[in-house]
Design a protein around this ligand. Sequence first.
Ligand code: AMP
Length: 703
Amino acid sequence: MASNSLDELLFKQDLILSKFKDFGGLVNLHLVTKKDYLVGSYDIVREGLWQMDIPTGWASPTVLLIFTPPIALYVKVYGRWTDQLGLQKAAAYGKKTTTPLNWWWRHGLCSQKQQQGKDSLEMETDKYLKIMEELTSNAHEIQEKLLEEILKRNAGTEYLKGYLHGQADKKLFKENVPISTYEDSMPYIDRIANGESSDILLADPIKFLCNYTGTTGGKRKLIPYTAESLDKMCLQQILAEAVMGKYFDGLDKGKGMYFFFASPEVETPCGLMESSYATTYFKSSGFENSVAKICTSPVETILCLDSQQSMYCQLLIGLLQRDQVLRVGTIFASALVRSIKFLEDCWKELCFNIRTGRASDWITDAGCRNALSSVLTEPNPELADSIERACGGQSWQGIVKKLFPKTKYTGVIVTGSMSQYIKILDFYCGGLPIVSGYYSCSEAVCGINLKPLSKASEVSYTFLPNMAYFEFLPVKEDNEKLTQESRETENKNEDIEPVDLVNVKLGQCYELLVTTLTGLYRYNVGDVLMATGFHNNAPQFRFIERKNVALNLEFEKTTETDLSRAVTDAEVLLEPLGFLLIGHTSYADTSSKPGHYVLFWELKIPGTSDMPKLDPKIMEQCCSTVEKSLNFQYGIHRKYGVIGPLEIRVVKYGTFDALMDFYVSRGASITQYKTPCCIKLEDAINVLDSKVVGRYFSPNTLY
Ligand code: AMP
């Protein structure tokens, strides 16, 4: 039995209403609560019989229709289950349910006029924390049922048929279905995009093809998304929100200044839309009726495809509501830093707009102008003065706190490659807690951070067992100690078996594999995670790195973690000078012999956009510190001259924004943008090279 999207339920609501209309009179409702919501399995945990008076013509305001995805209710009307009536995940009746109605309203599942009474945020928080407890306590059971459901629905697809011969058998799945990468799914996805039926890969109808231009891996990928994928994204947000409600009081009394940006959508030859998941989410009623309601940025500004106009208007509208702002954020740290830097460039113009009550003429986007027209209604010289005082002060240290004094935390992901933004965010946000709320990828929603106040280096994500069937492929750790020989055998360890979610070992690193209802089977996401603990029976993972080797000239295999650690060691040398490293990336330069590593660094003296005066000696020391911190294999190759001295190229202020613009121009979404730790694309290297202001090398005789 396929489950429905919550989005579709509103439509279904009309369906069931019309069915009831036909019956009229007293109807027996047989309600069955389903434990593993959104999983598609049908465990009956509670059953009850209610009576409901359905007047002919269905006009009674006394009967409330609500939908309950966390505890899905199935309705039996005159012996027929609602799914036979065309409804799978819905229910009626308000009297006996404990579901807070305003939740359903906030999440777009019933209309505003159905909202009755107000449940406090605390009650909602408690409710979702309880759901979290239930999910994590039953992790194994839920995973097993989810896999069963995925196979039941998809065993007959062309992809799986070759391995399972049509049998929805978990044992066969483990024995026969190989670990896959995007390249394995790509031919099927391409065929679907070109018009073949999607059931060659998955049974559920595809809602859109989620595209992402992985700036980390560099390749553009398309992942099928079903209505259920969007439900899962919404659920993750709601659960993460409940966790925030537990740690920060009164969040419902104000707004979040979240910077979100949509990216362009295109239609595939078969008429399916190709879109980033963030864009589709921003356009969904789930977003409109939940996060958008607490967000200072109106949806029209988020959907504006001109990123300058969108960012400008989101800043302007946020500043106009500054007294209501209780949190500031976006998804990944890079977009927040970009937005604050943009504010640094345009605060005078923003103040002029606020002072005069008139928007700048270059804001031409109809949606943005419309959004501004309802908030920029009159001159507000007091507000303009106050913003000018904050922005025109000596330093921009703590500017977020100065402009938005009620802010309780900054909500952005700063784990993994985003950790390079922690220092600059600490500077701008004046020590506000920086919360990395969740971990997910275009392929699947994965986990949430149950301890939002942990330091970035200690953040772990608790996996949600109802999101995807997760497996973990153990990886060898401690690259420092590996010899060339062991690195080669490491590559041959295909016989290492993946382990299930609940069987991971603490302290062990794994590559994440996901099996989903969207046609990914034992798909290697390319992330390396370390198991750090359990919450109930669900494991928690620290994000370690993207799997791809960052730099590799002579089989020395420098990973993202190696590089990041080495750069952090060198960065210490800049601190006494008051410089911040606000962007870095790398590439392996093989244009000369021997090849060598090139790091691009953007440096900044906080509060000014002037170029810092660099001392060549210190920069040389930075080069050698990076080299000394790199792995053993790098050292050997460098010692024998197989790899040349490492080079740091310092680039002009704003270069990493230009790099982001470059990727955005090629289809990447600003919201999902992650600065690549290593660049292979020549055009991107050219963008950086065109802005180099100084080149520094490690001494030849380092080793
Ligand atoms: P995207 O598909 O564009 O959303 O990118 C997903 C990738 O971003 C993941 O595979 C990770 O590599 C990275 N990512 C997502 N969430 C986090 C997180 N909380 N911490 C570190 N990296 C993350």
